[in-house]
Design a protein around this ligand. Structure first.
Ligand SMILES: NC(=O)c1ccc[n+]([C@@H]2O[C@H](COP(=O)([O-])OP(=O)(O)OC[C@H]3O[C@@H](n4cnc5c(N)ncnc54)[C@H](OP(=O)(O)O)[C@@H]3O)[C@@H](O)[C@H]2O)c1
Length: 312
């Protein structure tokens, strides 16, 4: 099948006939509700149809408001949207999975989800405190549940028909393999940090082999400077091909076979980040040769959120 060169049109098939995911996704990790509403509205108006949410972002209600308004205004049907949210670390115990899922759906104002992810492989002590810590400030983990126990409860959600696909986030290949092997319903998506400074080539190779969609977060290095947005290779390609550095990074992500999540916060950036099309092959090759290595988000090491301000 020929790849569309306008990546706005690109859809990635999910396993288990769970439908198609738009390759370009809008991420809602935005701390303030007002900013969440305006950025999500701008993204919807610009044409984003894939929205990545999480219980832990504490703004599902704000995102839901915008999606509901978009659906009510006409012109957009629920089937046109692809909505993901994530199970937080304090809800890994199987009996907590369905209630957490229902609570997210309720806040989003939806009656099904396109994708539900286990936010991180780390189980925290169950309860209402999302970041439980002891008096020394150490995270309180929960060793009374395994990731496979949680996965089985996720599979039940698919069986009940209100969630089309399930997957994992902030996991490495070693963590993914045993779940993949034991799963009755294989993970459809793996969401991890990826950009030219953290290409995650082994994980991407595995995902491609098994038909798992690799969904890159922080494709712009979370906007951190210095970072990929200011990399001299990226700037030179942007100047040469007449695109912005952000468009070059997003195109590279799609061309190497990943889907992506980006978080433009203004209408102009929403249009810019959706207006992504194929780079010449030599540009992709040059980006593949970048040797700088940097991870911007440490969540994968502890389960403690990296881009969310402390105490929120
Ligand atoms: N699973 C997880 O644990 C996890 C972790 C992190 C993120 N995520 C998901 O992934 C989404 C995307 O992550 P991200 O926010 O790191 O993505 P990103 O798109 O790499 O970074 C967003 C930042 O880049 C800058 N930016 C955006 N568009 C730009 C443009 N056109 N030109 C220049 N700078 C631009 C902005 O920073 P300035 O405002 O500073 O300019 C913005 O805050 C999140 O919203 C969330 O849904 C998941």
């Amino acid at each position: 099948m020929n790849e569309p060169s306008d990546f706005r049109l690109k859809r990635m098939p999910l396993n288990h006939s769970a439908g198609l995911m738009p390759a370009l996704g809008f991420g809602t990790l935005i701390p303030e509700a007002i900013a969440t509403i305006s950025a999500t509205r701008d993204a919807l108006e610009a044409g984003f149809r894939h929205f990545d949410c999480a219980e832990r972002y504490r703004n599902e209600r704000a995102v839901g408001e915008v999606l509901q308004a978009g659906l009510a205004a006409g012109g957009i049907a629920r089937a046109d949207l692809f909505v993901t949210t994530k199970l937080w670390n304090t809800n890994h115990r199987p009996e907590r999975v369905q209630p957490a899922f229902e609570a997210s759906l309720d806040r989003l104002g939806l009656n099904y989800l396109d994708l539900y992810l286990i936010h991180t492989p780390f189980a925290f002590q169950p309860g209402d405190e999302q970041d439980p810590r002891d008096h020394k400030g150490n995270i309180l983990y929960d060793d009374g549940v395994t990731l496979l126990d949680t996965w089985r409860a996720m599979e039940s959600l698919v069986d009940r028909g209100r969630c089309r696909a399930i997957g994992l986030s902030d996991i490495n290949l070693n963590g993914l393999l045993p779940i993949y092997e034991s799963a009755r319903i294989k993970p459809a998506v793996v969401q991890v940090e990826a950009h030219p400074y953290l290409p995650e080539t082994d994980l991407l190779g595995f995902c491609k082999e098994r038909g798992v969609v690799f969904l890159a977060f922080a494709p712009l290095g979370h906007g951190i400077r210095p970072g990929p947005l200011e990399d001299p290779v990226i700037s030179a390609i942007a100047a040469r091909v007449g695109k912005t550095p952000a468009q070059v990074l997003l195109a590279w992500a799609v061309q190497r076979g990943t889907a992506l999540l980006t978080t433009p916060r203004t209408a102009a950036r929403a249009r810019e980040n959706l207006n992504v099309s194929a780079l010449p092959e030599d540009a992709v090759h040059e980006i593949n040769q970048i040797q700088t290595r940097q991870r911007f988000n440490e969540v994968v090491k502890t389960g403690s959120p990296g881009f969310i301000p402390q105490g929120r």
